[in-house]
Ligand binder design. Structure first.
Ligand code: SAM
Length: 253
């Protein structure tokens, strides 16, 4: 992929999520792509009850990485592509006042939305930084945990994202990512559409490439689990290139 392709994808994705930030709504599920649908179905009602009314509707994720990882009091958590901030606020409750949460997002309108939401939540241990996940604005070894929800598939340079996650984590740091993946190459017609890239379909990686990409960046204990509980082996029987949501976990040695 050329630098110009990378810029074209970043611009299309940013434009898409600028519009999403300006029009959050929770009733769009019928016609849209996996990351276009504000949905709370991945979260336990009890978790959402602690948040102000309406806040959960900022979710554009495809899973729940916060519930999938052991976060400890005092941890520093980083959320890649933090959107309206829901996973940051849930993480902030888990790490407590001695911990902190850094949300990173490249879309200024999403950062503004997340900052406004932080005021509503009264979250004092959460900050949002504008930046690209291929060049993350945190110091080496600054974080204990990396989470991300339906974002890495949107990146035109996934090896750079995996390297940056590794750099940002402390030794022994943990990763929990919900993402759209495939079980083989995507059909060429779907693969050409920029709209469907921004909607979390075209950029989805094959699960084996995902696993190998994380291992190449230095991660260990890489595991991929379909979000709906279907055994991974069953996906091999389905049409190749079919996008589905999965939880990916890993650890920095
Ligand atoms: C599908 S939304 C998910 C938002 C959030 N994680 C959630 O669960 O609601 C994708 C978010 O990732 C951001 N994003 C996409 N590509 C990015 C990149 N390369 N660098 C930084 N942010 C990116 C978008 O601006 C958008 O806010």
């Amino acid at each position: 992929m050329t630098n110009q392709d990378t810029e074209t994808i970043h611009a299309a994705v940013q434009d898409h999520y600028r519009r999403e930030a300006e029009n959050f709504s929770s009733d769009c599920c019928g016609s849209k792509t996996p990351c276009d649908c504000a949905s709370t179905k991945n979260y336990a009602a009890d978790d959402l009850r602690v948040l102000p009314a309406g806040l959960a509707e900022v979710s554009l994720g495809c899973g729940n990485p916060v519930s999938a990882i052991d976060m400890r009091e005092g941890d520093t958590v980083m959320d890649l592509g933090s959107g309206g901030g829901l996973d940051c606020f849930l993480s902030a409750k888990k790490v407590g006042s001695r911990g902190r949460v850094i949300g990173v997002d490249m879309t200024p309108e999403m950062i503004a939305k997340a900052e406004a939401n932080a005021l509503k939540v009264g979250a004092t241990n959460v900050e949002f930084r504008r930046g690209q996940i291929e060049s993350i604005p945190v110091a080496d070894g600054e974080v204990d945990v990396v989470i991300s929800n339906c974002v890495i598939n949107l990146s035109p340079d996934k090896p750079a994202v995996f390297r940056e996650m590794f750099r940002a984590l402390k030794s022994g740091g943990r990763v929990a990512v919900s993402d759209i993946v495939t079980n083989g190459p995507m059909s060429p017609v779907v693969a050409k559409s920029l709209d469907s890239w921004a909607g979390c379909v075209t950029g989805a990686l094959d699960i084996e490439e995902y696993r190998q990409g994380l291992i190449a960046a230095g991660f260990q204990n890489v595991a991929v689990t379909p979000t709906d509980g279907t055994p991974l082996a069953a996906f091999a029987q389905r049409l190749p290139g079919l996008p589905f949501s999965a939880l990916i976990t890993a650890r920095k040695p």
